[in-house]
Design a protein around this ligand. Structure first.
Ligand SMILES: Nc1ncnc2c1ncn2[C@@H]1O[C@H](COP(=O)(O)OP(=O)(O)O)[C@@H](O)[C@H]1O
Ligand SMILES: [Mg+2]
Length: 352
């Protein structure tokens, strides 16, 4: 693949990081791990190397891809995202590479593919791990020399694009199981960026809440009441399996409904609260329920923090918390923490 060397320098230091309207400060937050991501991106954005972004759903992979584009030599070109898992195999090939008239039944006119429309810009392949094997070969070929053909076409076409890919988990497992081509992996994996899940960016949660409150109050022209401290604590202690997207949606619902039920329903796993048809008011959650939920979440957070401080040595953690070893194991099981030890912690027990 070649790149144009005639492009303008990208505009840097804008208030918002890119087309998403998220200020750069918000994008990376305060956690060390995200500062390292930022430093890495600064080094790679203006090169032509492919970037692979790994992170759970909702951690901001597309936002980061757009950020890279906005800092890259392809800034004046288009940013073209494609959601690989969302499009069935055969259709994905025609979406990516386009087709000529008469290539298949129903192809009454020729159509340009996304690779072509991303020319001189960035092509973002979201969920690349789900790309079908046969399509992986065609894509690899394109990555090698920038050449491709539309389906049913004889002509060899060429596109200059910056490639960014994303996956929700490391691709090594797919390679081992024979579902992902190793040679393609080496091509797209020149630089890998890992986005941490929100539960590992707890320092940033309160600023994200404030950011979304402000954003949605403006967008929906609402003035929601301040969130109560106890609910705020729940938000801070929550694990956010859906990451920033889940937090964003919770706050959006809160702003629209002006009801903390929206938050509690999500966090405490209750079914969303229906509006009472006669009064138009939402069902109230009992204080007892809120307290129980808050206590459980906070306890879980304290245990998690103490485990982390003690390198997941459970005996020392129990001592630090002044509870019995058995009680700790019980609480860890209850809080789903038994299987949560991070991979980089070699042994949880050091003998125990
Ligand atoms: N740092 C951030 N600050 C504010 N909003 C964010 C941030 N990162 C992601 N978002 C928002 O979270 C949602 C999910 O982001 P997205 O990039 O689509 O995640 P992914 O591609 O990893 O699933 C989007 O609505 C996005 O605007
Ligand atoms: Mg996405």
């Amino acid at each position: 693949m070649t790149i144009s060397t005639m492009r303008d320098e990208p505009a840097v230091c804008s208030a918002a990081s890119d087309g998403t309207g998220i200020p750069e400060q918000m994008l990376f937050g305060r956690c060390e791990v995200m500062q390292a991501v930022r430093a890495k991106l600064e080094r790679v954005a203006q090169t032509n190397v492919p970037v692979l972004i790994i992170g759970e759903s909702g951690t901001g992979k597309e936002v980061i891809a757009r950020y890279i584009h906005s800092r890259s030599l392809w800034l004046s070109g288009p940013f073209v995202p494609i959601n690989c898992p969302g499009i069935p195999g055969a259709l994905l090939e025609s979406e990516l590479f386009g087709y000529e008239k008469g290539a298949f039944t129903g192809a009454s006119v020729a159509k340009m593919g996304l690779v072509e429309s991303a020319s001189d810009g960035t092509l973002f392949l979201d969920g690349i791990g789900e790309l079908e094997f046969s399509l992986q070969s065609k894509f690899l070929q394109f990555l090698q020399d920038g050449q491709f053909a539309r389906i049913g076409g004889q002509e060899s076409l060429h596109a200059h694009v910056r490639i960014i890919c994303s996956a929700s988990r490391p691709l090594e497992t797919e390679i081992e199981s024979g579902h992902f081509r190793r040679d393609l992996f080496y091509r797209i994996n020149v630089v890998t960026v890992y986005l941490p899940p929100l539960r590992e960016r707890r320092l940033d949660v309160s600023e994200l809440i404030d950011f979304f409150l402000h954003r949605f109050s403006k967008e929906f022209d609402r003035s929601p009441r301040p969130i109560r401290a106890s609910t705020y604590d729940l938000l801070a202690a929550n694990d956010w399996p859906g990451n920033i997207r889940q937090l964003e949606n919770v706050i959006k619902r809160y702003v629209i409904l002006d009801s903390e039920d929206a938050i509690l329903a999500d966090i405490c796993g209750r079914a969303p609260v229906a509006l009472n048809a006669s009064t138009g008011e939402s069902e109230q959650v009992s204080l007892k329920q809120v307290t129980r939920c808050a206590t459980r979440e906070l306890e879980r957070k304290v245990i998690l923090d103490t485990l982390s401080t003690n390198h997941w040595n459970r005996k020392r953690t129990a001592q630090a918390l002044r509870i019995s070893y058995r009680a700790l194991l019980y609480k860890m099981k209850q809080g789903g923490l038994l299987s949560k030890r991070p991979d980089h912690v070699a042994s949880p027990e050091n003998g125990r």
